[in-house]
Every structure is written in C-alpha cells, then in structure tokens.
Ligand binder design. Structure first.
Ligand SMILES: CC(C)(COP(=O)(O)OP(=O)(O)OC[C@H]1O[C@@H](n2cnc3c(N)ncnc32)[C@H](O)[C@@H]1OP(=O)(O)O)[C@@H](O)C(=O)NCCC(=O)NCCS
Length: 137
C-alpha cells in the first residue's frame, strides 16, 4: 500500500467520542410521519455498541437498556445524530450514555430528541464475561 495522503490523516486519529449520523428516510417512519421508536432504539444501541467496543477492544453484547427517553420527535428528512460515550465501567460491564439529536437540514437547528443508557458486557470466544479496562483517570 502507498503513503496515505496527509489530507486523510485526521480520519485515522482515534475519535474522541462515537457519533453516528444519517438522514431519516420514509421506511424509518411511524404512522405519524416521525422516526419510529424502534429505529431510534436500534441506532442508539449500535452507536453504544461501537463506543463500548472501542473501549474494551473485545467482543461485547448488550445486557441491559437501563433507560430510554424520547423527548422530542425526529422528523422525516432531518439528520439524526447519535452520540455515545462510555461513562462507567465495572469488572466486565460498561455503561454507555447515549444522546440522540435531530438536525434540520437547511437551518442546521439541533434539538435533543432522545437519551438512553445501555449496559454492555465484554465476552470471550466462548461468550463468557471478561474484564474491561478502567476509564482513563
Ligand atoms: C452477557 C452475558 C454473557 C453475561 O453473563 P452473566 O452470567 O449474566 O454474567 P454476570 O452475572 O457475571 O454479569 C456480568 C456483568 O453484567 C452486569 N449485569 C448483569 N445483569 C445486568 C443488568 N440487568 N443490568 C446491568 N448490569 C448487569 C453484572 O453486574 C456484571 O457486571 P460487572 O462484571 O461489571 O460487575 C449473558 O447474560 C448473555 O449472553 N446475555 C445475552 C446477551 C445478548 O445476546 N445481547 C443481545 C441483545 S438480545
């Protein structure tokens, strides 16, 4: 492989937090024309999984969804962005705080639409819990 163009080097730096963004398409809507709660939950779980995996660098599974609150609807055609951060670790578990934000395409107005806390457990090849590193001090 050749040298990486320096313009792309920032993309290779470790990200400070996990962010997943996409545009809300018609197949993700409920009958009110806003983002279906199950879709939102799936996006949150996926972002939280990435954050947890980046922390433990092993396989991990969701063991609990502690609390999810949908505080405002995400509308069709808006950008929906999910931010996920590991906030606490136990011996084998990690708790990930998730925020879901909508962004109006043209104005750029952002609103908090959902929050959640997901718990993951790091597992070995046999599916048994294994220790996770502590959070940096
Ligand atoms: C994850 C799994 C391997 C854990 O096995 P287990 O025998 O329950 O493990 P333990 O009882 O030792 O618990 C492991 C950790 O999870 C924590 N935990 C267990 N149940 C929990 C719950 N309901 N909420 C929060 N934390 C929980 C424990 O406190 C422990 O944390 P710690 O090691 O940091 O102290 C097992 O439960 C499993 O495979 N579950 C299915 C996971 C899955 O398929 N997820 C996809 C979604 S369907």
């Amino acid at each position: 492989m050749g040298e990486v163009d320096p313009a792309h080097l920032p993309a290779l730096a470790p990200p400070p937090e996990t962010r997943i963004a996409e545009v809300v398409f018609p197949q993700q809507l409920n009958h009110h024309g806003t983002l279906f709660g199950g879709e939102a939950l799936s996006m949150m779980d996926r972002a939280a999984f990435v954050a947890a995996t980046r922390h433990c660098r092993s396989e991990a599974v969701t063991i609990a969804v502690d609390q999810v609150d949908y505080v405002a609807p995400v509308r069709h055609g808006e950008i929906v962005e999910v931010l996920a951060t590991v906030i606490t670790t136990g011996r084998t578990s990690m708790t990930v705080q998730v925020s879901m934000v909508s962004e109006e395409l043209l104005s750029g107005e952002r609103r908090l639409c959902g929050t959640g806390r997901f718990v993951f457990v790091a597992i070995d090849d046999a599916g048994r819990p294994i220790p996770v590193p502590p959070l940096p001090a």
